[in-house]
Ligand binder design. Structure first.
Ligand SMILES: [Zn+2]
Length: 145
């Protein structure tokens, strides 16, 4: 049962008591019953607002993922830092060629040059990786600990 239905049910019960309408206590019961019904409606409206906001946040999230795809792949070729690879060797960076979709592993030197040639299709890839930003974030979090 919805809250508003419960409130209406309580109101009906009170009316069913057939209390003396001139009695002060009857007025109190009536006011309380009306208040319950109003609160139930208000809560229902708030719930609807909450659902709407959640839908909008989901929409923003989907839009943002689209923007990330555009920035990450079509413009620069996507670059990500791979912690496991960093431990294994200096081939720590992964670049996906937007032309042939081949993934290439780079060491730091070739990454710092900013431009690489795809070993698979020969496409020249300009890297959009900003090393200072990532390093800066790491240093900061370590300093705060
Ligand atoms: Zn390629």
């Amino acid at each position: 049962m919805q809250l508003s239905e419960k409130a209406a049910y309580v109101k009906g019960l009170i009316e069913g008591l057939e209390l003396d309408p001139k009695d002060k206590q009857t007025r109190v019961f009536k006011v309380i019953a009306d208040l319950l019904c109003e609160m139930a409606e208000e809560i229902k409206d708030l719930g609807q607002c909450y659902d709407d906001v959640c839908d909008q946040v989901d929409g923003i999230s989907v839009d943002l993922a689209g923007v990330e795809d555009l920035i990450g792949e079509n413009t620069f070729g996507s670059v990500s830092y791979d912690n496991d690879a960093a431990l294994d060797s200096e081939m720590a960076y992964e670049v996906t060629c937007p032309t042939c979709n081949e993934t290439t592993y780079l060491n730091e030197n070739s990454l710092n040059s900013g431009v690489i040639k795809c070993p698979s299709c020969g496409e020249i890839l300009e890297l959009g990786y900003v090393e200072d930003e990532l390093d800066g974030a790491d240093d900061k979090s370590e300093a705060e600990e």
